[in-house]
Structures are given as structure tokens and as C-alpha cells.
Design a protein around this ligand. Structure first.
Ligand code: GDP
Length: 594
């Protein structure tokens, strides 16, 4: 029987031993330490339990893969989400209750037609046209297609998109990626793709401007395929719709596709459940005070509710829809302007309903505290970051470089960093200065993602935002400095490794029976054995057991250590087959410095 140590199992599972021990504790196996060994059955049990837990966790995080979801009739449009991003923090979207409209954001390169598309959709399909038609600055609107509704967030672009997510709230269910057919996939298109992937939501690609004489749809499809988005027409699972936002061509097809994706995502919410909404826009209005647009994700938001969002709180004075009309309440998937906050709530915070003024006030105070930047307001070094950090096994980074050549070189060098048990994920790699959207992306994914510039610096806004958000921002001019520092930082995240240091040799001379098993009467023939020693049991020079000591006694008394030349009684933990003549090798586990 081969025994395995917990830290060895952790390595096999690709997690830190600390995380594994914590997990085991949660699963009811408490008292395990990194150096403890387990037998084959326990090993199998741990690995299975761990994998089950992992599956459960991912199923919760990725509702799209829910086992109970009905079999879709059409191939599921799963964006090619790299492993690296699956772990992105997500607010759980409820999958019970009533079906609700999907919330859609539009992203893409500048001038590819995002605004024109949002206008075209609004003009042709606005749900509440009869009430006036003109939208009143509400940051979202609802359209209607054959009785089914879709909510569009009216602020296009990935900066807004990730800004909404930066505080952990997920406002968007599906993204529309706009790519102009006369231009193809450009730098900001790639950025948008990475931002959508980081959010872990499906996307539909709108190939726009097909009315233009120089439109080349095939080139766009080829570009997409190169970026891991193989179109359905080419056997992949990326849904593409050819449109002209300017002429209103195929807008309905695009909406159909969004409804199809929504159906497959099985978006639901409970209008009677706890109210949860995401603040997608907010400002201070001279006449109306703080104004915020909120998209309801669950429950119902009603007039006169006591509301809390981040550090802001108040009582709803009025709820307004996109036509400026007052509403008594808003249901899941609907967007409303909320009047009545005492201060302007931050975009991306989650709005909740409190039972009383006192509750609202104290919840806001608690949330304001939690929202304070966790780190000192100064630029941190990687080592400082990891000195504070718990053991982790994944590092995410956004990489920017001055040129394509520099970017490729930096990626190549980063690829050469191989440290067992640690992975390096690139959230986004691009050419150009470090911008606010790079900082936002890093801060939206994990607390520990960082931004690296190779031969480029952050612009002033990005530098300020990094400081505010506590995002580590590193710039290098020499590629080896970058590789060196990241390599060093990665090593610090490894689970500790131990080496065995032999402390003594013990011979079993006789045996005593006690109620809980056998005690070996031993003589220490070399070095020493201590209460905390680990022990290898050798019989005819063959190892038959590795484990720990349950009790070490000398003249009926518990002993801390017994030195060479002395006798003692040893009772081993989990091993009762000790025989006269067995040799026990006592050793300590010493953590290896790296
Ligand atoms: P955004 O920066 O992505 O929001 O792009 P806009 O919506 O502002 O569009 C940029 C330019 O492209 C504008 O001049 C639009 O009129 C034009 N445009 C947008 N969609 C189309 C289209 O389908 N066909 C043509 N020919 N022009 C378009």
C-alpha cells in the first residue's frame, strides 16, 4: 500500500495544500495537515470529493452548463472561454422563478457602428413606443420582438461594460460584438472579445456595414476564427449575423438570435424574491438630485422602497422608465431610473431593498466600509502584493507593449516561465499605452490580477485608477526584468515543499497490547525520536508504513523526545502491525526554501 501526503495530492489536483486542507475541512475531514499521509482508499475519497465539489462550484458559477438545463435543439453558442477566465467572479444569476428578458450590451471597435446599431434597434422595436417614443436619458431601453422583450444597455463599449462589472455585479447576460465588414477585427475588437470572455457570458457577433461596397464579410469571419471565434457557418459555435445598422438591414434577425441565446441560457428570476438590481449609470442632476439607472436582476423594485447601493441609501421618490413615465415598480430584466438616493451610488454596485430606514442606513455604512480600497494608496510591488496574499496558484495579467514585436517577445518570454503548480493567465494582450480599460479588466476579474507594460506607460487616468482600485501596475523596459520579477512572484505562490530530515533510528524489541492497539517497546539506537516525529517502518529493510506517532512514552510517562541509548514505548497512528525486529526511521519535515 502506497501512502500519499496531502501536499502531494494537492499538487496532483493543481491546488495549494492550504486550499486543499481548507476544502477538506469544509467537507468534514478536519485536522488534516499538509504533511499528513493517507492510504489509498482515503486518497481516492479525497480526490473524488474534491472533484465533486469543484464540479458543483463550477455548475453554480456557470449556470449555462447546468445539468438540469433542457437539451438545446441548436448547437449551444458557447464563447471559447479560456480556462483562465472561467474562474472570474460572477454574481450568481438565479435560474429559478419566471423567465425574464435578457440584458444585452453592445461592444466593438470605435466607429464600427455600436451607437448606430443601438439607435436602429431603439427606433424600430422600442417596447413602449406609444408612451412618447423619445428615450429620456435612461441608460437602458427595452425592445419587443413578437411579444418577447430584450433589455439593451445604452452605453456601448467595453470600458462601460467592464466598469459595471468592476465591483462584482454582472449586469449583462449577452454581449453583441459589432465588427465593421469594411474594416475587420481591430485592436479594440480584440479588447472587447477579451472583456466579454472575462465576464464569462455568451456573445453574438454583428457583422455591420454590409451595405458598403468594400464590405468583406468573409474577411471578418476569417479574423474572428483567428481569435478563437469560429463562425457557425464554418463549423464553429460563434453566432454571426450580417447587418447594416445604418439601413436597418437584418436587425430583426439579430434580435431573434439574442432571444435564441437567451432561451438557451434559461434566464429566470423570481419577481417575489429578494430584490437585487445593478446600478449601470448614475449622476447628480441639478433639479432631481442623485439619479441612478438600475437593472433589476431579481425581485421587484417598488416606489417608496428603502434602498441601499454601496455606500448610498435612501427612499425611492420615483421610478421612471425610458419614456420618462412614472412606474410603480420594476420587474426582473427591466431598467428604471431611481430617484431618492441621498448620494450618487457607484456604477456596478448592487442595489438591495431594506426593511426600514435604520436598516438601509446601517447596511450602507457597512458597504461603504467594505468598498474602501483594501490596499495602501500607493503603487505596490509584486512581492508586496504576494506577501499579503494567501497562497494562490493562478496569476492573471493584462499585458501591454509598445509594438507587436515587443508584445510577441514578451508573450514568448512569459511562456518560458514554468513553475509546477502555478499557472499564468493572460487576460488581454495588446499594443499601446496602458489605459483605464486595462485597469478595469484586471480589477474586475480577480483581486490579484495585475497590469504589465513593456516599453509603455499608463496614461494619467489609468495611473490614477490603478491607485484607486489597488491594481498592481508594473512597467519594464527590459524584457528580462519583467520575466525575472514575474518568475520570482510566481514562486512565492507555490504550496510549500518539504524535505525529510532523518533524526533517529529506533528498533522494536518487544510488544505490549493496550486497548487501542499495540505499543512497540523500542530502543533508540541512533539520534533521537520526538513526539512530533514522522516515522518509516522498515521490515527486513523494506518500507511497510509511513506515518506519525500517536504517543511516545518513557516509564509510563508521556515523553517529548527520547535520545539514543534510551528505551521508550511508541504507539503509531493508524498502524497496528508493528513486529519485534522492525526498524523505525524517525524524521522531521522541513520546508524547503525556494
Ligand atoms: P461607434 O463608434 O461604434 O458607436 O460607431 P457609430 O455608430 O458612431 O458609427 C460610426 C460611423 O459609421 C458613422 O458615421 C455611422 O453612420 C457609420 N455606420 C454605422 N453603421 C453603418 C452601416 O451599417 N453602414 C454604413 N454605411 N455606415 C454605418
Amino acid at each position: 500500500m502506497v501512502r500519499k501526503r496531502i501536499y502531494e495530492i494537492a499538487r496532483e489536483l493543481g491546488v495549494s495544500s492550504k486550499d486543499l486542507v481548507t476544502k477538506l475541512e469544509e467537507m468534514g475531514l478536519s485536522g488534516m495537515k499538509a504533511a499528513n499521509s493517507v492510504d489509498e482508499d482515503e486518497y481516492t475519497l479525497i480526490v473524488n470529493l474534491y472533484r465533486e465539489e469543484g464540479k458543483k462550484a463550477t455548475a453554480e458559477e456557470k449556470p449555462a452548463e447546468k445539468a438540469a438545463a433542457p437539451e438545446p435543439e441548436v448547437a449551444k453558442p458557447q464563447p471559447a472561454v479560456p480556462e483562465a477566465l472561467v474562474k472570474a467572479p460572477r454574481v450568481r444569476v438565479p435560474h429559478h422563478g419566471d423567465p425574464r428578458p435578457p440584458v444585452v450590451s453592445v461592444l466593438g471597435h470605435i466607429d464600427h457602428g455600436k451607437t448606430t446599431l443601438l439607435d436602429a434597434i431603439r427606433e424600430s422595436h422600442l417596447a413602449e413606443k406609444e408612451a412618447g417614443g423619445i428615450t429620456q436619458g435612461v441608460a437602458a431601453y427595452q425592445v419587443d420582438l413578437h411579444g418577447k422583450r430584450i433589455t439593451f444597455i445604452d452605453t456601448p463599449g467595453h470600458k462601460a461594460f467592464t466598469g459595471m462589472r468592476a465591483r462584482g455585479a454582472q449586469a449583462t447576460d449577452i454581449a453583441v460584438l459589432v465588427v465593421a465588414a469594411d474594416d475587420g477585427v481591430m485592436a479594440q475588437t480584440v479588447e472587447a472579445i477579451d472583456h466579454i470572455r472575462a465576464a464569462g457570458i455568451p456573445m453574438v457577433v454583428a457583422v455591420n456595414k454590409i451595405d458598403k461596397p468594400n464590405a468583406d464579410v468573409n474577411k471578418v469571419l476569417g479574423d474572428l476564427a483567428q481569435h478563437g471565434l469560429t463562425p457557425e457557418a464554418w463549423g464553429g459555435d460563434t453566432i454571426t449575423v450580417e447587418i447594416s445598422a445604418l439601413q436597418g438591414t437584418n436587425i430583426e434577425e439579430l434580435l431573434e438570435m439574442l432571444l435564441l441565446v437567451a432561451e438557451m441560457e434559461d434566464l429566470r428570476a423570481d419577481p417575489k424574491g429578494a430584490t437585487e438590481a445593478v446600478i449601470i449609470e448614475s449622476h447628480l442632476s441639478a433639479g432631481r438630485g442623485p439619479v441612478a439607472t438600475a437593472i433589476v436582476r431579481n425581485g421587484t423594485l417598488s416606489d417608496k422602497d428603502w434602498v441601499v447601493a454601496g455606500g448610498a441609501w435612501g427612499r425611492v421618490k420615483a421610478l421612471l422608465d425610458e419614456t420618462g413615465a412614472r412606474r410603480a415598480s420594476a420587474k426582473p430584466g427591466e431598467a428604471v431610473q431611481v430617484l431618492g438616493f441621498g448620494e450618487v451610488p457607484m456604477v456596478g454596485t448592487t442595489l438591495a431593498v431594506a426593511q426600514s430606514q435604520a436598516d438601509a442606513k446601517s447596511a450602507a455604512a457597512a458597504q461603504a466600509e467594505a468598498l474602501k480600497p483594501k490596499r495602501d494608496r500607493r503603487v505596490l510591488t509584486l512581492d508586496e502584493l504576494f506577501a499579503n496574499a494567501e497562497e494562490r496558484v493562478r496569476l492573471e495579467l493584462v499585458l501591454k507593449a509598445a509594438s507587436t514585436g515587443g508584445l510577441e517577445a514578451a508573450k514568448r518570454e512569459l511562456d518560458t516561465i514554468h513553475i509546477e503548480g502555478v499557472e499564468l493567465g493572460i487576460l488581454h494582450a495588446g499594443v499601446g499605452a496602458i489605459t483605464e480599460s486595462d485597469i478595469l479588466l484586471a480589477s474586475s476579474v480577480t483581486q490579484d490580477a495585475f497590469v504589465v507594460g513593456f516599453g509603455v506607460k499608463p496614461d494619467a487616468k489609468a495611473a490614477r485608477m490603478a491607485e484607486q482600485q489597488g491594481v498592481v501596475l508594473l512597467t519594464y523596459d527590459i524584457i528580462y526584468d519583467l520575466v525575472d520579477e514575474i518568475g520570482r512572484a510566481l514562486k512565492r505562490r507555490l504550496a510549500p515543499e518539504f524535505e525529510e530530515v532523518q533524526t533517529g533510528v529506533v528498533e522494536v524489541r518487544n510488544l505490549f497490547k493496550i486497548p487501542s492497539g499495540r505499543v512497540a517497546g523500542c530502543a533508540v539506537v541512533d539520534g533521537k525520536v520526538t513526539r512530533r516525529s514522522h516515522v518509516r517502518v522498515l521490515r527486513n529493510e523494506k518500507e511497510i508504513f509511513v506515518g506519525e506517532i500517536a504517543s511516545l512514552r518513557r516509564f509510563e510517562e508521556d515523553a517529548k523526545e527520547v535520545l539514543a541509548g534510551r528505551e521508550c514505548g511508541i504507539h503509531l497512528k493508524d498502524f497496528d502491525d508493528v513486529e519485534v525486529g522492525d526498524k523505525l526511521i524517525a524524521f522531521d519535515l522541513k520546508e524547503i526554501e525556494r
